[in-house]
Design a protein around this ligand. Structure first.
Ligand SMILES: [Zn+2]
Length: 132
């Protein structure tokens, strides 16, 4: 078997497998997306927390509740960027490597900061902050 035949064979095999096992393919795609998102989230938190893996304000350290905060709020340009998935966003933020722009905050501190700074722009705070 020459190399090219083998590649043809495995491509055909994979196509057949995907067709016959859509659930499995979907499952593994989700799995690997989740793993990949988690990997890049860890990377971005590591970078912007200077390796502490903690919230910049309260030092909360559970990565599940940590996220990247725009220190001075989102600019119009920031809001116009549409990353296709979480890891695309994380990679972009890592590439920017701008510690004057981003920091790591836990969700509590994110919400508190939004109230303090009246950052009402983010879609899921709309309507909520109006009362608070
Ligand atoms: Zn915090």
């Amino acid at each position: 078997m020459v190399k090219r035949d083998r590649r043809e064979y495995s491509r055909a095999y994979m196509a057949k497998y995907r067709k016959e096992n859509p659930d499995k393919v979907k499952y593994w795609r989700n799995k690997s997306n989740q793993a990949s998102n988690a990997y890049w989230k860890r990377k971005v938190v590591e970078l912007y927390s200077n390796g502490t893996m903690q919230c910049a304000r309260c030092r909360f350290g559970d990565i599940r509740a940590l996220s990247i905060d725009h220190i001075n709020g989102r600019t119009k340009e920031d809001r116009e960027i549409r990353d296709s998935n979480p890891r695309a966003y994380y990679k972009r933020v890592i590439q920017e490597n701008n510690k004057a722009k981003y920091q790591v905050l836990c969700m509590n501190c994110q919400w508190i900061k939004r109230h303090e700074k009246k950052e009402y722009n983010h879609y899921y705070t709309q309507g909520i902050n109006k009362e608070g």
